[in-house]
Design a protein around this ligand. Structure first.
Ligand code: HEC
Length: 132
């Protein structure tokens, strides 16, 4: 009888910890909580990034379908650079593989940060934020 009680206790402790882990995973991560995906997508299109870059996770298709267009789809690559570097890269002040970005960004600082946020956070975390 005593053994059964002990067993029950262990099982409930186990279930309790499992639910704690599940609850913790439900919380969006701090960085993404207030990220406005819809606005970032709008800025992405307004800045004409979609001329060359698809962003298939968000249903954005590149306009330039030529085989010469080598711009990657951001859903298919993992961008290895941070925000500050990318801001400079998009202003042609930094290079990737000894090459500057083909076009210089002409919008505002705030907008480029949103666009970079979209690229760096990528899916699927932000997909969950859409409803907020
Ligand atoms: C005229 C076409 C064109 C436009 C418009 C364009 N890009 Fe690009 N982009 C490219 C090409 C081509 C590359 C790949 C360059 C290389 O491999 O050297 C690239 C590379 C990048 C990379 C680096 C990806 C990586 O990790 O290698 C980022 C980030 C990027 N572009 C962001 C943007 C953003 C943001 C916009 C809109 C403001 C934009 N691009 C508009 C053509 C374009």
């Amino acid at each position: 009888m005593k053994e059964i009680k002990k067993f029950g206790l262990i099982i409930s402790a186990l279930l309790f910890s499992i639910s704690l882990v599940l609850i913790a995973q439900e919380q969006p991560n701090e960085d993404n909580k207030n990220f406005d995906v819809e606005k970032a997508k709008t800025k992405y299109v307004e800045a004409k990034c979609n001329t060359c870059h698809s962003f298939s996770a968000y249903g954005i298709e590149k306009k330039n379908k030529s085989a010469n267009n080598k711009a990657p789809d951001f859903s298919e690559i993992k961008v290895e650079y941070d925000k500050e570097f990318l801001k400079k890269y998009l202003n042609k002040e930094e290079q990737i593989n000894n090459k500057k970005h083909p076009v210089a960004y002409k919008g505002t600082d705030e907008d480029v940060e949103l666009i970079i946020g979209l690229i760096l956070h990528n899916v699927p975390k932000n997909e969950d934020n859409k409803q907020e």
